[in-house]
Design a protein around this ligand. Structure first.
Ligand code: B1M
Length: 222
């Protein structure tokens, strides 16, 4: 692998955002994901190569370590921030259509629920997996999801819920989506959600963690 991509992957895996960032201590004063992504582009490495050979494998390692409980939320957030700082350099290429994404996902926390830490982690991991993420934020109801689907009919839907009290809204959103877009794939997650609940409300897949969500999307396009 290109040396610069190797270094960039390490920055993302270990959460080194930029040169000024003191974290992680053993990478202090070294270039971070921000500088390395910029340098890679300046050296002529394509945005596709940067995504496929540095960001995606690094985030896959992060997801795997998180699933195995070898790292925790703070480390994952630092990795996601490092990934975002590299992605900022790539976004103009994706937005211009010069570089293609693997697909789109519309994601949000269901109506009545304001928790977004888990949803944001999932969104960042999915983006790191090469997908375009349309984030509807928190307290998103059926209407919001349907409007986003009208604009992006080929997108997968991701619903997050943290409260048992508002979990019922997940069921309502799934029903509304399936009524209008019977072929739409719906992925659900969040602390109180289970595979049993997913099946009961007619969603397509449940993942307990971000990596499971990434794996599900990968399998949808393979
Ligand atoms: Co709230 N809260 N909270 N809270 N809060 C919980 C969830 C609670 C369990 C605490 C408790 O009582 N022990 C409890 C829910 C109880 C229940 O429903 N049975 C609770 C409550 C009751 C409330 C309020 C009602 C409190 C009040 O006001 N009386 C209120 C509700 C407000 C509202 O939403 N309308 C409330 C408010 C808040 C804060 C605003 C203060 C804050 C949220 C800040 C924010 O998100 N921006 C907050 C927090 C931080 C928590 C706890 C402490 C942490 C949640 C969290 O971020 N976890 C939580 C208690 C706890 O868990 N210890 C609690 C870390 C996060 C990474 O995990 O979100 O599970 P999680 O996401 C995981 C997986 O679930 C999965 O991947 C993530 C990474 O592994 N995942 C998906 C998530 N979404 C997915 C989607 C997928 C796939 C996987 O596909 C699409």
């Amino acid at each position: 692998m290109n040396e610069i991509l190797d270094k960039l992957a390490k920055c993302v895996e270990f959460g080194k955002i930029n040169k000024a960032s003191p974290y992680p201590p053993n990478m202090k004063d070294q270039d971070g994901a921000d500088e390395l992504a910029r340098k890679a582009l300046e050296e002529g490495v394509s945005p596709d190569e940067i995504l496929e050979n540095a960001l995606i494998p690094a985030m896959a390692n992060v997801g795997e370590k998180f699933t195995k409980k070898e790292i925790y939320v703070p480390q994952m957030l630092m990795s996601a921030k490092a990934m975002n700082s590299a992605m900022a350099h790539l976004k103009p290429f994706f937005q211009s259509g010069e570089t293609k994404r693997k697909g789109k996902i519309i994601i949000g926390t269901v109506s009545g629920d304001l928790h977004d830490i888990g949803k944001n982690l999932v969104a960042m991991m999915i983006e790191g997996g090469g997908w375009e993420v349309i984030d509807l934020g928190v307290d998103a109801g059926a209407e919001k999801f349907l409007k986003a689907l009208d604009e992006n009919p080929d997108a997968v839907i991701g619903l997050s819920a943290l409260l048992t009290t508002t979990m019922e809204n997940m069921k309502k959103i799934v029903a509304a989506i399936k009524e209008k877009y019977s072929e739409a794939k719906i992925l659900v997650g969040g602390a109180p959600v289970t595979m049993e609940y997913c099946k009961k409300i007619g969603a397509d897949f449940y993942s307990p963690d971000p990596q499971g969500a990434v794996n599900y999307l990968k399998q949808l396009i393979s």
